[in-house]
Design a protein around this ligand. Structure first.
Ligand code: GBH
Length: 452
């Protein structure tokens, strides 16, 4: 009942950018080698009870030592781009002061390896692994971190800016602010609404400051940010449920997108936050609203909101879920993209890239062969949903699968697998799953479609 890869491929223009994504802490390992500094995730994982399987990122996928093989895996997929992040403490161990040349040498090899293979590089500066030394000085709650981030970004751009396609400032500021600094379930493990709001503000300010600085420096890469956005709907038409959905949309989407495109925080939330509102310096809102070259969107799921604050359990409502318990809802991606287009098209909305989409699944394995039909169905239907958004006129530049390979899934440890390439953690052997072959097939048809 799914479209063939040929039919699906034909729905995308030849300019579309296809990719796979990872992040530094989740795959690199080599946590204490070659002068790398400690990150807040190294520190966080050492606390008992915070990571489901008690694991950490010390070895992860051992990507640092297996770079050549991983580059060949990416090449074999046939994708046009690879999205990765730079570990700030690997290249600047204390987050200020000395650079670590051995750390930069690794990213030099990575970027050169992509170039040699004709694969575009999509670089993210902050995928959560802040240098611990900066956390010790207040982390993202401190305005000081904004200045250090700009210095770090300028150095990365000076070295690599002309050889990467895009530079993303932050991956999912909502996650850093809310999960890291309000709920405390991610590093650095802080639980304060006031801190959360100041962190979110400094992430946004530093994003704008980096855009201005890199443009001033003449950096040729496209510049943007990545937001995690769900499709949020009320559990029922009851006013309390409607209000909960609206509130979730305001805190999760508009708190970030409104300042980025309209230069203001949602007024009703400003009123609600009252004394917890962050310190905003003159000029901050203009800085945040510096025009971007693209917006990255990470989409995984639908969230059904209830007025009583209780979670709505998709499985209990007969809805399909992934191994994370997240509802599988491809149409939500189309709806979300249309909503972004509706709200921000008159406010300079640039092309959107789906910078992450994918699912964790149990991955049935026989004799080393992983027949991950659930993941193939997930990718097939969500890529179809992207095509629907294109048909509806949403400006879309590309789509990237999360993730290239199984990796450290943050508080869930290694038990949840998002890869299209399987990783055997005992031997660190990589094996492309059926979904990897499916993606390659899709890309082959897409190239054929446009050869004519
Ligand atoms: C992304 O974050 C990350 O960028 C990536 O590193 C990670 O491996 C990948 O997704 C898979 O998790 O129930 O209201 O708390 C995921 C962002 C944000 C998605 C929180 C699920 C749950 C919303 N996540 N969201 S809520």
């Amino acid at each position: 009942s799914f479209p063939t890869t040929r039919a699906l491929a034909a729905r995308f223009p030849d300019t579309f950018l296809w990719g796979v994504a990872t992040s530094s802490f989740q795959i690199e390992g080599a946590a204490r080698e070659d002068g790398k500094g400690e990150s807040i995730w190294d520190r966080f994982c050492a606390q008992p009870g915070v990571i489901a399987d008690g694991s950490n990122g010390d070895i992860a996928c051992d990507h640092v030592h297996r770079l050549e093989a991983d580059l060949n895996l990416i090449y074999a997929l046939g994708v046009g781009c690879y999205r990765f992040s730079v570990s700030w403490p690997r290249v600047q161990p204390l987050g200020q002061g000395d650079w670590n040349e051995a750390g930069f040498a690794f990213y030099e090899r990575l970027i050169a390896g992509l170039q040699q293979r004709g694969i575009k590089a999509s670089l993210t500066l902050n995928h959560w692994d802040l240098p611990q030394a900066l956390q010790d000085r207040g982390g993202w709650e401190s305005r000081e971190t904004v200045g250090h981030f700009v210095t770090y970004a300028r150095e990365v751009a000076r070295r690599f800016g002309s050889r990467v396609d895009t530079i993303t400032t932050h991956n999912e500021p909502w996650v850093v602010a809310v999960l890291g600094n309000e709920q405390g379930i991610f590093a650095p493990g802080i639980k304060s609404r006031r801190v959360m709001l100041q962190v979110a503000h400094h992430l946004l300010v530093s994003h704008g400051a980096v855009l201005r600085a890199l443009r001033q420096d003449g950096c040729p890469a496209k510049l943007g940010i990545v937001l995690n956005l769900a499709h949020i709907v009320p559990a029922s038409p009851l006013p309390a449920d409607e209000a909960a959905a609206d509130h979730g949309d305001a805190t999760g989407r508009r708190w970030y997108a409104d300042p980025l495109f309209k230069g203001e925080y949602p007024p009703e939330l400003v009123a609600e936050y009252g004394a917890d509102m962050p310190t905003i310096e003159p000029g901050d809102m203009d800085l945040i609203a510096t025009p971007m070259d693209y917006l990255g969107v990470n989409y995984y799921m639908r969230i059904v909101a209830r007025g009583d604050g209780q979670p709505w359990d998709p499985a209990a409502h007969g809805r399909p879920v992934s191994d994370m318990g997240w509802e599988i809802y491809p149409r939500g991606l189309t709806e979300l993209l249309r909503l972004l287009h509706r709200d921000y098209r008159d406010h300079g909305l640039p092309p959107i890239y789906i910078t992450e989409n994918g699912g964790a699944f149990p991955d049935p394995t026989t004799d080393g062969h992983v027949q991950d039909d659930d993941r193939i169905a997930y990718l097939n239907t969500h890529i179809g949903a992207v095509a629907d958004a294109l048909d509806a006129g949403v400006p879309l530049g590309g789509y990237m699968v999360w993730s290239l390979m199984d990796n450290f899934e943050w508080a869930s440890g290694y038990a949840k697998r998002f890869g299209i390439v399987h990783v055997d953690y005992a031997t660190l052997t990589r094996t492309p799953k059926a979904s990897a072959h499916w993606l390659t097939d899709l890309l082959r048809h897409w190239k054929e479609t446009h050869r004519a």
